[in-house]
Design a binder for this molecule. Structure first.
Ligand code: PLP
Length: 481
């Protein structure tokens, strides 16, 4: 069952295809292409038959785990099932073959779609304007923070600080720092959320914004958000909300109604699109009126029935990305929103929240639940009970693979020691959730009665426990044949 490298399958002069003898004179590349553009023979280039090539890549793909192969409850990642109709739509030639330099006149359909998608996202979030340009969630955060920085610069009063709760996503302080701010942390208080008094004690007129993740990384709703927004606004600051996990809120509540001034969406999470492995993504940013002039250019505008790109945006932070963003992801999100409709989106959020609470209630008692309250789209356990037998979060995650599940997010959020963060999403059936719950309960039992089986897991996968750091520290990227 092993699969060697494709280089190792190579046999001298073996060909992928056999073609009938040509009845016209052969021309070698040297006859038509000048020498400087030709490379020498590639040493060690694999010579493999077509079927061996197909089998090689097919087998490798089967060793991967994806949302199409099983339950993938990775917290904070929203690994929901992506309807295949989105893939069909994204491959329609009129869209997939459109050239980014095609004139506005010849791109009316694509422009209309982007324009309407911006409108949908405004409606869902309660914002006044949206840009689709950022290529991922963190890129959207950077976009938002750059706009805020520019706003204060324009006013001739640059501000230097951003307040960030310790329940925020790790990308939040990174994006703020990249945009030139220094970060002032605030701690969640025993309920797992930040309090108005904690914010009031650090908010001042040198603080540009408070950047929070809502629902936060504990899977809890920041319930004081409106009061906190008032405190920040009174001192002239903005509220940035990391809306990557809108899966809990869409169709139910609008962050724009809660005082949020800037928000990024992760189309590749909330609005379905296959993701993982670093892309592709799309991180649109929504703003309230005050920040609209700073949005990246070009903006899509509509005059009469005609759509076009507007580059005349003197206050814009400029371009963030080549062309107009990851259009293929926008198509999928547009299709998803259209098919679901307003009621469908609301139902999806309700189911995502219900499923997370179902798992939380069923596993409570078997695993330590540090914040025992109703959660949003994800719940966070810890390994506290199992640690007594020297079984830790990593062991539990590895053992889950033996039961056929992708492990949840582990050791995040950082404020929970040995965190196990589970996000089931709305797309899973009750039977799948029950199977997962049974496996988790079984592992808790094993940890008590036979800890070694958990500590040495996985046992049924192609390779057992790997050195997780070595591939990153000593990457072998080149075949030395
Ligand atoms: C995933 C996520 C991000 C980062 O999004 P990317 O698209 O991976 O850059 C930021 N914040 C939260 C809360 C997230 O879940």
């Amino acid at each position: 069952m092993d699969e060697p490298l494709i280089f190792e399958k190579s046999a001298d002069k073996r060909k992928g295809v056999s073609i009938a003898k040509s009845d016209v004179p052969e021309i070698s590349p040297q006859d038509v292409i000048s020498k400087e553009f030709l490379r020498d023979d590639i040493k060690g280039f694999p010579e493999v038959s077509e079927i061996d090539t197909a089998r090689h890549w097919t087998r490798l793909s089967q060793w991967n785990f994806g949302v199409d192969s099983g339950f993938y409850p990775l917290g904070s990642c929203t690994m929901k099932y992506n309807p295949k109709i989105n893939e069909d739509v994204a491959r329609l030639a009129g869209f997939s073959k459109a050239h980014p330099y095609q004139s506005d006149e010849l791109s009316q359909g694509a422009l209309q779609l982007m324009y309407e998608l911006e409108g949908f996202l405004c409606e869902i979030s309660g914002m006044d304007a949206v840009t689709l340009q950022p290529a991922a969630g963190a890129h959207g955060e950077l976009c938002g923070m750059l706009m805020i920085a520019q706003y204060f610069e324009e006013k001739g009063k640059p501000r230097k600080k951003v307040i960030i709760p310790d329940t925020a996503h790790g990308t939040n302080p990174a994006s703020s720092h990249l945009a030139g701010f220094s970060v002032v942390p605030v701690k969640e208080e025993n309920g797992g959320v930040i309090t108005p008094s904690a914010v009031a004690s650090v908010m001042d007129e040198d603080t540009a914004a408070l950047m929070l993740t809502n629902p936060n990384t504990l899977g809890l709703f920041e319930k004081h958000i409106k009061e906190i927004a008032n405190i920040v606004h009174k001192k002239g600051g903005f509220i940035y909300c990391d809306g990557a996990n809108l899966n809990a809120l869409m169709g139910i509540a609008k962050l724009g109604d809660m005082g949020v001034d800037v928000i990024q969406f992760n189309l590749h999470k909330t609005f379905s699109t296959p993701h993982g492995g670093g892309g592709p993504g799309s991180g649109p940013v929504g703003v309230k009126k005050a920040l609209e002039p700073y949005l990246p250019k070009p903006r899509i505008i509509k005059k009469g029935k005609r759509f076009s790109f507007d580059y005349q945006r003197p206050k814009s932070i400029g371009k963030l990305r080549a062309f107009y963003g990851n259009f293929g992801i926008m198509l999928r999100a547009y299709c998803y929103i259209k098919i679901m409709g307003a009621d469908g989106l609301k139902k999806a959020s309700e189911m995502a929240v219900l499923n997370a609470n179902y798992i939380k209630e069923k596993l409570k008692g078997h695993y330590h639940l540090p914040y025992d309250q109703t959660c949003m789209h994800e719940c966070v356990f810890s390994d506290k009970f199992q640690a007594e037998k020297d079984v830790h979060t990593l062991d539990i995650a590895k053992r889950l693979m033996d039961y056929g599940f992708h492990p949840p997010t582990i050791y995040f959020p950082l404020i929970v020691s040995g965190a196990i963060m589970t996000e089931p999403t709305e797309t899973e059936t009750k039977e799948t959730l029950d199977n997962f719950i049974d496996a988790m309960i079984q592992i808790a039992k094993e940890a008590r009665e036979n800890p070694d089986i958990v500590k040495n897991a996985p046992h049924t996968t192609r390779v057992s426990r790997l050195d997780e750091a070595r591939a990153a520290r000593n990457p072998v990227l080149r075949w030395k044949g």
